[in-house]
Design a protein around this ligand. Structure first.
Ligand SMILES: *Cc1c(COP(=O)(O)O)cnc(C)c1O
Length: 353
C-alpha cells in the first residue's frame, strides 16, 4: 500500500461548460511518485494540477524515454464510480517499462494511484451517456544527463481529463487510408509498447491521410507492407463471410484492452473468431467477392469505431454501405453498458473505485 500524501487545491476550478472534446481540460489534482536507483519508488503524492519543473537535459526531452497508458472512469446510474479492467493497463505499463528500461511499478500501486486520484476528483466525471473521465498514467525519465544508458531517475504521474461524447448521434463510421509507404513499427522494435516515439513517428502518415480526405491511417507491416496491423491508436477487426478476424499480436501491434474484451465477447456469443495474419490483398479479395461485411477499430477513447470506407492505392472499398454494421453496434452497446454498470458484468471487468 502506498502512503499517499494529499495536498488539496485551495479553491476548486470551475467545471468546463459546453462540448468537452478529448484531452483538453484537466481536473483539480494530479498524482506524482518519484523513482531513484537508491530509494526505489518513493514520495507518492497528490497535489493541485500544475506545471512541472524539469531539467532541460532530462532524458525524456531528448530520447523520448516515456511510457503512457490510457484508461477511463465511468459514473454509473447508481452513482458509483467504475474503472474498466485496470489491472490490464497496469500489466501493460510494466511490459512497456521493461522494453524501454524503466523500473517496474507494482500493479497494486498503479491501481491504487489511479483510484485515489479518481476518487478525489470524482465530481469531474461527466454523467451524460457516452461521456467519461479519461485517465492518463505515464512515466518520464527525469535523469538530467545526455548519456545513453538506462535511466536511474524517473517520475510516475497520473492526470485526468473529462472526455466528451465521441459521437454526436450514435456511431458514425470513419474513412480509412491504407498507408503503403510510411510504416509504424517492426518486430523487435517498440510497436507493442505504449511509448511516445511511436506516436510522433505516426504523425506524417496521419497528415497525409487527412490531406487525401481520410480520417485515419491503417498501417501495414513494416517489412513487406502487405500484412494488416492496426489503425492509429486502435486495433482493427473485420467481419468476413460470417467470421470475426483481427491481426494476431505479433510484436509490432499494441495489445489493446478493448481488443481483448471484443474477442472475449465475440467468442462468448458463439461467433467464429480468428486472430491471424491477414494481407491487405486478402481483404481486397473479400471485398470484391462481397464477403467483407464489417470493419471496425477498437480502443479506449472511442470504444468501437465503425469503418465505412477504406482506400488502398487506387481502390476505394465501401463497407456495410458506409453505415454502422450490426456487430459494431452490438459490441459498442455491450462494452459501454458493462463499463457504466448498466449491463451484467459476467467477466468481472468492472472495478468500483
Ligand atoms: C492504446 C492503443 C490501442 C488500443 O488499446 P486499448 O487498450 O484498447 O485502448 C491500439 N493501438 C495503439 C497503437 C494504441 O496506442
Amino acid at each position: 500500500m502506498l502512503d499517499i500524501k494529499v495536498t488539496k487545491i485551495a479553491a476548486p476550478k470551475p467545471k468546463p461548460e459546453g462540448p468537452l472534446g478529448f484531452g483538453k481540460t484537466f481536473t483539480d489534482h494530479m498524482f506524482l511518485m518519484d523513482y531513484t536507483e537508491e530509494r526505489g519508488w518513493h514520495d507518492p503524492r497528490i497535489q493541485p494540477y500544475g506545471d512541472l519543473t524539469l531539467s532541460p537535459s532530462a532524458r525524456v526531452l531528448h530520447y523520448s524515454q516515456e511510457m503512457f497508458e490510457g484508461m477511463k472512469a465511468y459514473k454509473g446510474e447508481d452513482g458509483k464510480t467504475y474503472l474498466f479492467r485496470p489491472e490490464m493497463n497496469a500489466k501493460r505499463a510494466n511490459i512497456t517499462c521493461e522494453r524501454i528500461c524503466f523500473p517496474q511499478l507494482p500493479v497494486e500501486d498503479f491501481i491504487q494511484a489511479v483510484s485515489a486520484l479518481v476518487k478525489l476528483d470524482a465530481d469531474w466525471i461527466p454523467t451524460q451517456p457516452g461521456t467519461s473521465l479519461y485517465i492518463r498514467p505515464f512515466i518520464i525519465s527525469t535523469e538530467a544527463s545526455l548519456g545513453l544508458d538506462p535511466s536511474k531517475k524517473c517520475l510516475f504521474m497520473v492526470i485526468l481529463s473529462p472526455s466528451g461524447l465521441y459521437y454526436k448521434d450514435g456511431l458514425e463510421p470513419v474513412s480509412i487510408w491504407v498507408e503503403d509507404d510510411y510504416v509504424r513499427a517492426v518486430r523487435g522494435g517498440v510497436g507493442f509498447a505504449k511509448t511516445g516515439g511511436n506516436y510522433a513517428a505516426a504523425l506524417a502518415a496521419q497528415a497525409k491521410a487527412n490531406k487525401a480526405g481520410y480520417d485515419q491511417v491503417l498501417w501495414l507491416d513494416g517489412v513487406e507492407r502487405k500484412y494488416i496491423e492496426e489503425v492509429g491508436s486502435m486495433n482493427i477487426f473485420f467481419k468476413i463471410d460470417g467470421k470475426v478476424v483481427t491481426p494476431a499480436l505479433n510484436g509490432s501491434i499494441l495489445p489493446g484492452v478493448t481488443r481483448d474484451s471484443v474477442l472475449t465477447l465475440c467468442r462468448d456469443w458463439g461467433l467464429p473468431v480468428e486472430e491471424q495474419r491477414i494481407t491487405i490483398e486478402e481483404l481486397a479479395e473479400a471485398h470484391r467477392a462481397g464477403k467483407l461485411e464489417e470493419a471496425f477499430g477498437t480502443g479506449t477513447a472511442a470504444v468501437i469505431i465503425p469503418v465505412g470506407k477504406l482506400c488502398y492505392k487506387d481502390e476505394v472499398f465501401t463497407i456495410s454501405d458506409g453505415k454502422t454494421g450490426p456487430l459494431s453496434k452490438r459490441l459498442y452497446d455491450t462494452v459501454t453498458g458493462i463499463q457504466c454498470g448498466k449491463l451484467e458484468d459476467k467477466f468481472g471487468w468492472r472495478v468500483t473505485v
